[in-house]
Design a protein around this ligand. Structure first.
Ligand code: NDP
Length: 297
């Protein structure tokens, strides 16, 4: 029978471990883990994500600090705030919510976050550490780190002999995911929008990870029988034309692929809940490292 991975349950167990570690840090050193979340502008979806992250940080026992900047904030003002947070010893993790308003460039902001506080794992130092297999001193981008927990639960720590295909090559997800799979000894391919005969390539994959942002693109006929399918996509589609009602679907046609895969993640309730859990895990990791402990596992 196909295993449907319960992302909420897995995220809850990660969060339990985070809370325990944060409480231990506080009882041993008197210091709380601190997460600063920065949001610029009025985008409702971004405000909702940031609210959820700040609430979760409080639930984990962190010092949760939210900086809400107006939509006309300049690049220099945002840079100044990041520099102040970099120098604040009570802040262990800094997250700048993306996307930024279009007049601001995200890259200089992301690169200016001190690597040890870059809990989104997006700056060049942390991306480089993932690519050389250093997860002991680096911070791994949250969504691939969460997806990797599912892969390890299905296949163990060593993926030797398994073919993995990641569809999508973003810096946020596809590239770090491929690196993590490679570090675990899988044989890895990365596909993107100009890849030829994607269905045939998918059928070679024991582990198929999809992050493209195309609703239900991957069909049952693309899946190798018995494969593990990790669906990262989050797409909102209208249920009935002009009804105003919508629902979330992934990049994988879940119902039909369920018949072919051995292990599959649903949307919602799969990878999504892991992203926020791994953000909390990265923050407590950054806090314990800042206080002289090696790393959180
Ligand atoms: P990007 O838009 O940055 O990247 C999409 C990638 O998919 C690109 O590499 C693109 O190729 C590739 N692609 C697009 N269309 C096709 C196609 N038809 N065939 C093959 N490849 C294609 O997206 P992200 O990586 O940021 O996110 C991908 C999805 O994952 C989105 O739905 C997003 O909402 C979701 N997501 C979910 C998260 C979660 O917490 N669950 C977190 C992050 C993302 P090319 O490079 O050639 O353009």
């Amino acid at each position: 029978m196909t295993v449907i991975i319960d992302g909420k349950q897995t995220a809850a167990s990660v969060l339990d471990a985070v809370k325990e570690t944060a409480a231990k840090l506080e009882s041993e050193t008197g210091k709380k883990a601190g997460l600063a979340v920065v949001i610029v502008g009025d985008d409702p979806a971004s405000h909702s994500y940031v609210g959820a992250k700040s609430r979760m940080a409080k639930e984990c026992g962190f010092n949760s600090i939210q900086h809400t900047l107006t939509a006309d904030t300049t690049q220099d003002e945002l840079a100044d705030l990041v520099l102040r947070l970099n120098d604040d010893p009570d802040v262990h993790g800094i997250l700048v919510q993306l996307p930024l308003p279009t007049h601001l460039s995200p890259d200089p902001v992301i690169q200016s976050i001190r690597p040890e506080k870059d809990v989104d794992g997006l700056n060049a130092t942390n991306a480089g550490k993932v690519s050389i297999g250093d997860t002991k001193t680096g911070l791994v981008s949250c969504t691939p780190a969460g997806a990797m927990i599912f892969v390890r639960r299905a296949h163990g720590q060593d993926l030797s002999g398994l073919n993995a295909l990641v569809i999508g090559r973003s810096n946020l997800f596809g590239k770090p995911m491929a690196q993590l799979l490679l570090n675990a000894n899988a044989t890895v391919m990365i596909a993107h929008s100009t890849t030829k005969d994607l269905p045939a390539l998918c059928r070679t994959a024991d582990i198929l990870v999809v992050a493209v942002g195309q609703p239900e693109m991957v069909k049952a006929g693309w899946i190798k029988p018995g494969a593990t399918v990790i669906d990262v996509g989050i797409n909102r589609i209208e249920t009935l034309e002009r009804s105003g009602k919508s629902r979330l679907v992934g990049d994988v046609a879940f119902k039909e692929c369920l018949e072919v895969a051995d292990v599959i993640t649903p949307v919602p309730g799969g990878v999504g809940p892991m992203t926020i859990a791994m953000l909390m895990a990265n923050t407590v990791t950054a806090a314990i490292r800042a206080n002289g402990y090696p790393h959180f596992t």
